[in-house]
Design a protein around this ligand. Structure first.
Ligand SMILES: *[C@@H]1O[C@H](CO)[C@@H](O)[C@H](O)[C@H]1NC(C)=O
Ligand SMILES: *[C@@H]1O[C@H](CO)[C@@H](O)[C@H](O)[C@H]1NC(C)=O
Ligand SMILES: *[C@@H]1O[C@H](CO)[C@@H](O)[C@H](O)[C@H]1NC(C)=O
Ligand SMILES: *[C@@H]1O[C@H](CO)[C@@H](O)[C@H](O)[C@H]1NC(C)=O
Ligand SMILES: *[C@@H]1O[C@H](CO)[C@@H](O)[C@H](O)[C@H]1NC(C)=O
Ligand SMILES: *[C@@H]1O[C@H](CO)[C@@H](O)[C@H](O)[C@H]1NC(C)=O
Length: 322
């Protein structure tokens, strides 16, 4: 019965590519620097802002949380059973041992191998996650390949001349593009930027296509969307998940109908990408054991937290996998 259930979700579309309509996205957790102060009596290992989970679920995927601080074998195990990974934004250092960046690097390299071997395994990085993608691609070193900047406002996207050749925007409808291009509906909240020079200095322009730019408060022109030319790896500097799921009154996030529907594009696109991957868990019980439904989010916003809701994880035994 389970076998029938799992097999029935794969259908062959006209183009011949296999479509997995039960995609599962792994969302990487991160150190608790920005949330631990809300829970003084508990020592949490990592957290995930629930807005990333909800934004992914809204596009028709389920979520598996991915732990930090694990050996490479853990990430190999997880990636073999899921259909893509989201690197969320947030606030942590990339030089922490066994943290978000180390986990991200394992995932990036494993995903590269999977894709090199004929699999299709997408990664999507938002804000800090986008910076992490580029810093991993640059080779992590003493000096992180990004610049200090300051961008805390809603912006329109300044698309490149050839943005329509990017996979990220190729299929977007004209009205969505028009909103993104003309209205300030993308939320920026970052103190680092990736600029053109960071690509050219590390020979990354041959591998990555920039599709849009933003401008920081001092006029620095930063890359706001990018994708790898060969691998299904995508990054955006802004925060689509905040539009429908973060409501902090002091932040001025746009919640208009146009902002909501234009920002939906990004997880709709990413979940579409994950439908091209056919990994699955061995059976339904194994799948259930890993899903984020095993955890309940906390209403951190009511404690004055930056995020409305968060998932916090106490031990390294996330997913009961050791
Ligand atoms: C990591 O980077 C931060 C910010 O640059 C710095 O303050 C900290 O000392 C660094 N930590 C390590 C372990 O190098
Ligand atoms: C990133 O680009 C900026 C601007 O050109 C430069 O100052 C910075 O050193 C670059 N970072 C690295 C690691 O190359
Ligand atoms: C938009 O980007 C182009 C280059 O792609 C640049 O020449 C132009 O000045 C930018 N416009 C704004 C308003 O930022
Ligand atoms: C959006 O911007 C484009 C290019 O600047 C312009 O042609 C178009 O009329 C604008 N649309 C709206 C609704 O403002
Ligand atoms: C970039 O490519 C050039 C020419 O192939 C090479 O000399 C240089 O070392 C490369 N730089 C980096 C940072 O990889
Ligand atoms: C997702 O895929 C469907 C089916 O191919 C397509 O119609 C739709 O435009 C895609 N959406 C995005 C945002 O890529």
């Amino acid at each position: 019965m389970i076998i029938i259930l799992f097999a029935s979700c794969l259908s062959i579309v006209a183009s011949g590519s296999i479509v997995n309509n039960r995609p599962i996205i792994g969302v990487l957790s991160q150190e608790t620097f920005s949330v631990q102060h809300l829970y003084r009596n508990v020592n949490y290992l990592s957290y995930i802002a629930a807005s990333y989970v909800k934004d992914t679920e809204s596009s028709g995927a389920r979520v598996v949380p991915i732990s930090i601080g694990k050996p490479r074998s853990y990430y190999e195990h997880i990636l073999r059973h899921i259909n893509g990974v989201l690197f969320p934004g947030g606030a942590t250092y990339f030089n922490q041992s066994q943290g978000y960046a180390d986990a991200g690097e394992y995932i990036y390299k494993i995903a590269q191998e999977l894709n090199d071997n004929g699999d299709y395994f997408p990664i999507f990085g938002t804000c800090l996650g986008f910076e992490l993608l580029i810093i991993i691609a640059s080779g992590r070193g003493e000096k992180e390949n990004r610049v200090k900047c300051h961008s805390y406002g809603n912006q329109r996207l300044n698309f490149t001349d050839d943005f329509r050749t990017s996979r990220m925007f190729k299929g977007a409808s004209d009205d969505i593009i028009e909103i993104l291009a003309n209205d300030s509906v993308t939320v920026n909240a970052h103190q680092f930027c990736i600029v053109d020079e960071n690509l050219t200095s590390h020979n990354l322009t041959q591998h990555w296509q920039t599709s849009s730019y933003g401008i920081d408060d001092q006029g620095i022109r930063f890359i706001s969307s990018i994708e790898h030319k060969r691998y299904p790896f995508y990054g955006i500097q802004f925060h689509p998940e905040k539009i429908a799921f973060e409501w902090r009154a002091s932040e001025n996030y746009p919640h208009t109908w146009n902002a909501v529907r234009a920002n939906r594009h990004f997880m709709d696109f990413f979940v579409n990408e994950s439908r091209k991957n056919t990994h699955s868990f061995a059976d339904e019980m194994e799948e259930q054991r890993h899903l984020i439904y095993n955890y309940a989010p906390k209403y951190s916003g009511a404690r004055g937290g930056y995020f409305e809701q968060i998932y916090v994880f106490k031990s390294q035994r996330l997913n009961n996998y050791t």
